[in-house]
Design a protein around this ligand. Structure first.
Ligand SMILES: Cc1cc2nc3c(=O)[nH]c(=O)nc-3n(C[C@H](O)[C@H](O)[C@H](O)COP(=O)(O)O)c2cc1C
Length: 209
C-alpha cells in the first residue's frame, strides 16, 4: 500500500523551491535506479548527477527554460550507450560471470549469443534499445518518491545540445531523459493541487483468464 500512496503523493513538480535534498536521500534514489532490471543485465547507460549551479544555468535553456533545472538540488541525466559493441557486452557479462564464480567458457557462450542477436540489428535499433533500458531505471528512480523528494520526469530538452555541453559523445553516450530532484514550492506550483488523472483500470487492463 505504501507504494500506491507514494505514487499518489508524487507529481511532475512544476515549481521547486531551491532547497537541498540531503545526500543520503539522493543516494537512496540512485541506488534504486541502479537496482532496476535491464535486458540481459547490461545496464547500457550512465547516470550523471549534476548539482553545479553554473552548469545547471547552462542546461536550463537547453531544457526549454524549465525552472526545475535551476531550482532543483540534483539533476539526474540518464545517458544511454550510443551502440552495443562486442567490447561493451563482454565487459558487463564477464564481470557478472566472475562475480557469480561461473566458468569463463559459459560467459563467452552467453556473450556470443547476445552479440549474435544484437549486431545484425544495427546501431539505430541498439540506441533505441539502450534508451528503453535507461527509461526503466528512470522509472524506478521516480518511484523513489517514498523519500518524499519531488522529481520532475523531463523529456523536454534538446538531447543533441545537451550531449555537446556534457561531451557525452566522447563517452559513447547520448542523453535520453532528465530527472531534477528537489522540493515542491506549493504556493507557486499550478499543478500541485490538481487531480491526478489516469486511465480507468478497465481501459488500461485487459484480463485474459
Ligand atoms: C518521459 C517523460 C517526459 C516528460 N517531460 C516533461 C517535461 O519536460 N516537463 C514537465 O514539466 N513534465 C514532463 N513530464 C511529466 C508528465 O507530463 C507527467 O508525468 C504526466 O502528465 C502525469 O502527471 P504526474 O506525473 O503529475 O502524475 C514528462 C513525463 C515523462 C514520463
Amino acid at each position: 500500500m505504501a507504494l500506491i500512496e507514494d505514487l499518489k503523493w508524487r507529481y511532475a513538480t512544476k515549481k521547486m523551491n531551491g532547497k537541498s535534498v540531503p545526500q543520503e536521500k539522493a543516494d537512496y534514489i540512485l541506488e534504486a535506479a541502479r537496482l532496476a532490471p535491464t535486458s540481459s543485465g547490461l545496464q547500457p547507460f550512465k547516470i550523471f548527477v549534476i548539482s553545479n549551479k553554473e552548469l545547471l544555468e547552462k542546461i536550463k535553456p537547453i531544457a526549454m527554460g524549465q525552472s526545475q533545472i535551476t531550482d532543483c538540488s540534483h539533476l539526474l541525466v540518464f545517458a544511454a550507450w550510443d551502440d552495443y559493441t562486442l567490447e561493451r557486452i563482454t565487459n558487463v557479462l564477464s564481470e557478472v560471470y566472475k562475480e557469480r564464480q561461473l566458468p569463463e567458457a559459459q560467459a563467452q557462450q552467453h556473450i556470443d549469443q547476445l552479440w549474435g542477436m544484437y549486431e545484425p540489428l544495427g546501431q539505430e535499433w541498439q540506441q533505441h534499445d539502450a534508451a528503453k533500458q535507461a527509461y526503466l531505471s528512470f522509472g524506478v528512480a521516480i518511484a523513489a518518491a517514498e523519500q518524499k523528494v519531488d522529481a520532475t520526469p523531463m523529456g523536454g530538452f534538446d538531447p543533441a545540445k545537451l550531449d555537446e555541453l556534457l561531451e557525452l559523445n566522447k563517452l559513447g553516450l547520448r542523453s535520453v531523459v532528465l530527472l531534477p530532484l528537489g522540493y515542491r514550492e506549493v504556493e507557486n506550483d499550478w499543478l500541485v493541487n490538481l487531480k491526478k488523472v489516469r486511465a480507468a483500470k478497465e481501459d488500461l487492463v485487459t484480463e485474459i483468464a
